[in-house]
Design a protein around this ligand. Structure first.
Ligand code: ARG
Ligand code: ASP
Length: 673
């Protein structure tokens, strides 16, 4: 290579780093006007106003934050809602017993009377959002400490929130920071609590592939469930009552059953939970090389114990189904995330960027020294962060301890899903691990004293579990947590405050640095469980050398995986019969039935259940996951391999129609062909 080529090569490498690739980004709906021409150039055919409007009904009115952790969307003018099976899992499980095993067999309300109410479920419709930075920072003066600033922010925010919630039934408001508090937004929601279960396929469809296929493509999961939002006679939020009526929404999605092709425009509109795209190399290094490996180790122990007992008994399988799935979910994601970070050389790339930034900052005094300060703070915080990880993932993992301390909810509900041998074995495994890995100086004196008194973790477990000793369990939980809260957390919190403060500046610095270089990067705020728009297109990818994954999966793939001896791949007989007779009715496409597809939308946890829309804003899918090779997208986005996974809406309709014989539900939907 001659020098000129080397220079060009280097330059391209750096330029690439700065450019927000086409499909990276989770955009703020009220600012979507800024993106609309880019979106339209990629095929989108609606206006910004049709996506988000304060004065008129817009597509955002058909979307809900589902129980705080997922997204859902309305698909009829009678409040019918679709989300993922894994989002409604807790509710499906709540109504299940060995006699009525809705997890295993599915559930379909054949009349409105059969729809099942859910005590702890709510959905929130966003009424509007607005920039309140000025109001939130009123009273703040330069030079105040971060702690004083936080107090001002929280006082002003409560004032704003309290004023709003008085204005109407079911109103909820929240002020949230964007860009590490460079900006603040107010979000006003209308919250409905009478939300009833309408339908769910059996887990052999809704969770097909289970944790074996979770976070992976090719995928064949029919990951959906149906609910209905109920309101008082005035169409306003009301607590559950027999007299409530189906909610008449301002807007619902029409369904496009006309099919999708590779290259088609897609838009995901939902509630991404949390991303950290602007953090430094030290933060990414901590996740990939320290924290994730430890947390994975702890969860592997926990999962092995649960799996072993769930295999032995159907009752235990039902009791631990939801808990096991949620422990397994992050466990697997962390593994993909580590791999992705390492494969992308993300730590090294961030270091290179930081070097260039630090050199630039020498002439921009406001930003001078930031990078050095970050490494200093992170090196102080590292050990404490790990102690915190072990507090959550080891000490607080046994559920009997949490319950005894009053954190495990209502006793009826707790014991319904509690099996002592599982929890005791988890206690033994995890507390031993904690004792081995964590430096004595971070352990509560109570912990050290009691352990030597008992002689071993095993004997300690006997004392707690064999006697069902709520007192001992509570003592354990209280003592270790209060020590953590008093001896570790304050130092960690104050370091984290300094880190946040620094990020607020670094965020501005990154923007300024980029602007001086011609502004190639489009900044978007990290996800914070508020409504966002991601857009991209249906597209396959290459996970490794010589392999290319096509973007659409079909029923044929389900049958290729079918294996009655493997729990995750045991296809229900009814689906086998339909496959054998090829009785696909109107859902047949090229001799099969489409099941799922992947696209380049930037999504994260919380986006599950989000509507995936076509260029006209019609529903083509329901988002439910990401591909394994792309799970580092919460920290670094690689357009070559980051893909979201969506259920093809036609598969949901096929299941409702042919497997559930609940085709009447389609009468209230608007289905375009
Ligand atoms: N990975 C998806 C998400 O983060 C789906 C998880 C549910 N499925 C499961 N097999 N655990 O939530
Ligand atoms: N499965 C995730 C969810 O439940 C989505 C994701 O992380 O891609 O929100």
């Amino acid at each position: 290579m001659n020098t000129k080529r080397i220079l060009l090569f280097l330059f391209l490498g750096i330029a690439f780093h700065f450019q927000t690739s086409a499909d990276e980004g989770m955009w703020v709906p009220s600012y979507i006007q800024e993106r609309i021409s880019d979106m339209q150039s990629k095929g989108f055919r609606l206006t910004a106003e049709e996506l988000y409007s304060i004065n008129n009904s817009s597509l955002k009115d058909a979307i809900v934050h589902f129980n705080g952790g997922c997204t859902g969307e309305i698909i009829s003018d009678e409040g019918l809602l679709i989300t993922n099976h894994h989002c409604g899992y807790g509710q499906i499980q709540y109504h299940s017993s060995v006699e009525h095993d809705y997890l295993k067999d599915g559930f379909w309300a054949m009349t409105r009377d059969e729809e099942l109410p859910n005590p702890d479920l709510y959905v929130a419709f966003l009424e509007y959002m607005e920039d309140v930075t000025k109001k939130v920072l009123s009273g703040y003066k330069n030079g105040m400490s971060e702690k004083e600033r936080e107090e001002i922010v929280s006082k002003n925010s409560s004032k704003i929130v309290n004023r709003i919630v008085k204005k109407g039934k079911g109103l909820k408001a929240r002020v949230a920071p964007l860009y590490y508090g460079n900006q603040y937004f107010l979000y006003v929601y209308k919250v409905f609590t009478d939300v009833r279960l309408v339908g769910a396929p059996p887990s052999s469809i809704g969770k097909f592939g289970g944790d074996t296929d979770n976070w992976m493509w090719p995928r064949h999961t029919g990951d959906f469930s149906l609910f209905r939002v109920y309101a008082g006679k005035d169409n306003e939020p009301a607590p559950y009552s027999e007299n409530n009526v189906p909610y008449r929404p301002k807007r619902f999605f029409k369904i496009n059953a006309g099919g999708i092709q590779e290259g088609d425009f897609t838009l995901v509109y939902g509630y991404p939970g949390r991303t950290s795209e602007y953090v430094t190399s030290d933060a990414v290094n901590y996740i990939a090389n320290i924290s994730n490996p430890k947390k994975i180790k702890l969860r592997t122990l926990r999962l092995n114990i649960q799996d072993r007992e769930m295999e032995k008994s159907d009752a235990v399988r039902i009791q631990y189904a939801s808990k096991n799935a949620s422990v397994a979910n992050s466990w697997k994601k962390w593994q993909g995330e580590m791999k992705g970070i390492i494969k992308m050389n993300a730590v090294e790339k961030k270091r290179d960027f930081e070097k260039a930034f630090a050199a630039w900052a020498k002439e921009n005094r406001e930003y001078d020294g930031i990078i050095e300060k970050f490494s200093d703070l992170y090196s102080q915080a590292e050990e404490l962060s790990l102690v915190k990880d072990y507090q959550n993932e080891a000490l607080n993992a046994p559920e009997f301890l949490r319950y005894a301390a009053g954190k495990g909810g209502d006793s009826l509900l707790f014991y319904k899903d509690y099996y002592k041998p599982v929890d005791k074995a988890i206690f033994i495994a995890l507390i031993n691990e904690y004792d081995k890995d964590i430096d004595d100086k971070y352990k509560a004196p109570y912990f050290k004293r009691k352990l030597s008194e008992m002689g071993s973790v095993e004997k300690w477990a006997d004392a707690i579990y064999d006697n069902d000793s709520l007192a001992l369990a509570k003592e354990f939980y209280r003592a270790t947590n209060s020590y953590f809260r008093s001896a570790v957390k304050p130092r960690l919190d104050s370091l984290n405050r300094e880190i946040t403060l620094l990020y607020r500046k670094y965020m501005r610095g990154q923007m300024e640095y980029d602007r001086q270089r011609g502004g190639t990067k489009n900044f978007y705020p990290d996800a914070n469980s508020t409504l966002r728009i991601a857009y991209g297109k249906v597209q396959g990818y290459s996970p490794s050398d010589a392999v290319y994954y096509r973007p659409v999966s079909t029923l044929d793939g389900i049958m290729e995986k079918d294996n009655p001896r493997i729990f995750d791949y045991n296809v229900p007989q009814k689906l086998r019969d339909i496959y054998a007779s090829k009785d696909y009715g109107e859902w047949e496409v090229d001799g099969s039935v489409p099941v799922a597809f992947i696209a380049t939308n930037h999504t994260t946890g919380g986006n599950s259940g989000s509507p995936v829309l076509d260029a006209e804003g019609n529903l083509i899918g329901v988002n439910f996951d990401r591909v394994w090779e792309g799970t580092m997208s919460d920290l670094v986005f690689d357009p070559d391999v980051c893909r979201n996974i969506a259920l093809d809406i036609r598969y949901a309709l096929f299941i409702i129609d042919k497997v559930a014989d609940a085709g009447y539900l389609m009468d209230e939907m608007v289905i375009l062909k």
